[in-house]
Design a protein around this ligand. Structure first.
Ligand SMILES: Nc1ncnc2c1ncn2[C@@H]1O[C@H](COP(=O)(O)O)[C@@H](OP(=O)(O)O)[C@H]1O
Ligand SMILES: [Mg+2]
Length: 286
C-alpha cells in the first residue's frame, strides 16, 4: 500500500479535478447543463452529484485498486449491514450542499475521507467557488491550498464564549434545534450551506461552532468524516454532546443525535449546555 503522503497527493489532485467538473455544472459550461434535479428521501440529487461521484470513484480506484480499500460514496451507497466492514474505506460526498448548489449560493463542497477502522486518517474538503482545498492527515495538521500554494491552519481559541458565532444549516432545522440555539450563551448566528463550508468557516475564523441535531433524518458519514478531520487537525473538536468521538463505517451510515464542532476552548461547556437544554426541552413536551 502507498504511504499516506502519496495517497494525499493523489487525493488532492482528484479534489481539484472534481472541483473543476462540479464548477462546469454550476456555471453551466458543461455540454447539456440541465441539472435534472430528483429527490431521494427528500434530499435533492442532480446529474452533477452523480457525475462527480463517478469521477472520484474512477480516479481513486484507478490509482489505489479495490483490494485494500472499500469505497462508500453518497451516490452509490448500498447498506453494508451484515457484511464485514473493510479496514480501510473511502467515504465520499461528491457534492455536499446540493440544495445550495441548486439555489446558487456558492456554498457547496466536495468531501473525500479515508477512514481506518472507524476514524478518519486523511481528508480533503474542496470548496470550488472559493478555489480552496483543505487537507489533513491524522497527526499531520491541516492545510489550505490555493493557486498560491499551501499554508497551515489553526483555529482561533481565544474568544469569550459570548462572542462566539454559530454556523447553522439553512434547510435542516427543527423545533428542538431552534430551542437549543436560543438557549446557548452565544447568540451570533450565520447560515451557511454544506457541512464542509461550515467547518471551513470555522477554519477561516469566520465562525466558531457548528451544531448538528438529527430529527427524522440524520446527516450521514460522508457529510461529517472529512470535515471532522480538517477541523480536529487544526486544533478544533468535533464530538457527540456527551463528549464521545464520532465513528464511521460502523454498519449504520447515519450520524444520529447531537454533534458539536467547535474551535475547542469552550467545547466541553457548550456540549454540556446543549445536552442539558435538550433534556429540559424533552421533559417540557407533554
Ligand atoms: N438532519 C439531517 N438529515 C439529513 N441530512 C442532513 C441533516 N443535516 C445535514 N444533512 C446533510 O448535510 C449536508 C449539509 O446540509 P445543510 O446545508 O443543511 O447543513 C447535506 O448533504 P447533501 O447536500 O450532500 O445531501 C444534508 O443532506
Ligand atoms: Mg452531504
Amino acid at each position: 500500500m502507498p504511504n499516506l503522503e502519496e495517497i494525499l497527493k493523489i487525493t488532492r489532485e482528484i479534489g481539484w479535478g472534481a472541483a473543476k467538473l462540479l464548477r462546469s455544472y454550476y456555471h453551466g459550461t458543461v455540454e447539456d447543463g440541465n441539472l435534472d434535479v430528483q429527490y431521494k428521501q427528500n434530499e435533492p440529487v442532480t446529474v452533477a452529484d452523480v457525475a462527480v461521484s463517478q469521477y472520484i470513484l474512477d480516479k481513486l480506484q484507478a490509482a489505489l485498486g479495490n483490494e485494500e480499500f472499500g469505497y462508500i460514496s453518497e451516490e452509490t451507497y448500498k447498506s453494508q449491514q451484515g457484511k464485514n466492514p473493510c479496514e480501510w474505506v473511502w467515504i465520499i460526498d461528491p457534492l455536499d450542499g446540493t440544495r445550495d448548489f441548486i439555489n446558487k449560493t456558492g456554498e457547496y463542497a466536495i468531501h473525500i475521507a479515508l477512514v481506518q477502522g472507524t476514524s478518519p486518517v486523511l481528508a480533503v474538503v474542496t470548496i470550488p467557488e472559493a478555489e480552496k482545498l483543505y487537507y489533513a492527515t491524522k497527526g499531520g495538521g491541516t492545510f489550505v491550498e490555493t493557486v498560491n500554494g499551501s499554508v497551515p491552519l489553526k483555529v482561533d481559541e481565544n474568544k469569550p464564549i459570548e462572542d462566539l458565532t454559530l454556523v447553522v444549516s439553512r434547510s435542516h432545522r427543527n423545533e428542538r434545534l431552534e430551542h437549543l440555539l436560543k438557549n446557548l450563551p452565544c447568540q451570533n448566528q450565520k447560515a451557511i450551506g454544506s457541512v464542509g463550508c461550515k467547518i471551513a468557516a470555522i477554519l477561516e475564523q469566520e465562525a466558531d461552532i457548528y451544531i448538528s441535531l438529527s430529527g427524522k433524518s440524520a446527516p450521514k458519514d460522508w457529510d461529517i468524516a472529512a470535515p471532522e478531520l480538517i477541523l480536529t487537525e487544526a486544533g478544533g473538536k468535533f464530538t457527540h454532546f456527551d463528549g464521545t468521538p464520532l465513528k464511521y463505517n460502523t454498519g449504520d451510515i447515519s450520524q444520529w443525535g447531537g454533534l458539536l464542532a467547535s474551535s475547542s476552548q469552550h467545547h466541553q461547556i457548550l456540549c454540556q449546555k446543549s445536552a442539558q437544554t435538550l433534556a429540559e426541552f424533552a421533559s417540557d413536551v407533554p
